[in-house]
Design a protein around this ligand. Sequence first.
Ligand code: ADP
Length: 451
Amino acid sequence: MFSKILIANRGEIAVRVIRACKEMGIRTVAVYSEADRSSLHVRLADEAICIGGPKPEQSYLNIPAIISAAEITDVEGIHPGYGFLSQNAHFAEICESCNITFIGPPPQAMQLMGDKLAAKDLMRKAGIPIIPGSMAAVRNKEDALKTARRIQYPVIVKAAAGGGGRGMRVCHNDVRLISALMTCQAEAEASFGNRDVFVEKYLPEPRHIEFQILADRFGHTIHLGERDCTIQRRHQKLVEESPSPAVDAKLRRKMGELSVRAAKAAGYVSAGTVEFLLSRDGTFYFIEMNTRIQVEHPVTEMVTGLDLVKEQIRIAAGESLGYKQDDIALEGWAIECRVNAEDPSNGFSPCPGRITEYQPPGGRGIRVDTHVFAGYDVPPFYDSLLAKVISVGTSREDAIRIMQRALDEFLIEPIRTTIPLHRQIFSDPTFWRGQLATNYLDRQLQLGEAE
Ligand code: ADP
């Protein structure tokens, strides 16, 4: 086992990883930007090193600075968290070449799954259903129009290297498709340094269902059931739950087996997520694989009793899983709300600034993963996630009721957050019935979606 690791991240996930390390008797090194000097992850770690300016490229994306920090502090491993360098195969390779274990999948698997087109191709060959569309990057508008004619509108243009809902446009006709092609290519180039985009069929009102998998270095690969992440805004998740109200034991077995097959086909090791879209008629399709710990991992932890960050660390240290698929049982129901520093009543505009009053919820069935405290300044440079509220109950209704009272207790002042929107969702009868699709927020709350 490692004796010391560095966490190449910030915010709630850095705190989350430090906590797991402490429980495992592993010493921790935090890295931080000049904007994060008084952050919680800096305070909780055994050592902390400033790695650069506030902008991500000066610090949390600054590979030489992070590697230097790792060498100075003599760590054996680096946990990348999510976002930043977590899916950067080049960074993982550099870590390995410096004799530092990257706590994540092998670089080859990251590279393969980081390209949505390559991933789709691999999955098709492995017999996993994929959404009809282009099988290679779109070269020009004729190419895009030809694909749209074959698969019929509506279609979605997507960046091959995409993530976080960026570089994606839904199109209902030729004119929109041609303009979307150009905007997506430009957005993909700016966000991911890769212009490749492709076209696929846009499914009407699907649910987003993803499977958590764990794979060790000895060929043991298992799944930990599904998360339903259907409630999204602009293709970004806002509420997640496990299990899904739309998945029964039979479908779970089928999708779970295919997820394990997908991970094996990619040569995957570590914790990962296989994402699918599920249609109303019960058909489902692979969309992508995320090669990192995900924001919404706690809902799986609450229903399986496992600690996914510890599992990642154990796997990276060369331990075998030590349990089989049959040993995994889902118990109860867990739901997570993402509390972001955004104003839902004003187009979700970011709301950085000082938090003067902070009172988190507690009590039976509540877990809050956060880096926030009274007096914390929310910097304007990073993503807006402030806290994740996770409720766990004996049933979905129990988990909803616990979440409702937790949202009522939660006080963060004076900045605006997504808490009022969550309150609205949790008191909506459609949400209670679990009759959801990815256009739910659009439809139910008339929030309007940018296409
Ligand atoms: P990202 O990598 O940016 O998160 P994904 O491929 O995971 O992008 O898709 C994010 C979300 O976009 C999905 O959960 C779904 O709501 C929507 N989406 C993506 N592809 C399709 C599609 N072909 N049809 C309908 N919705 C889609």
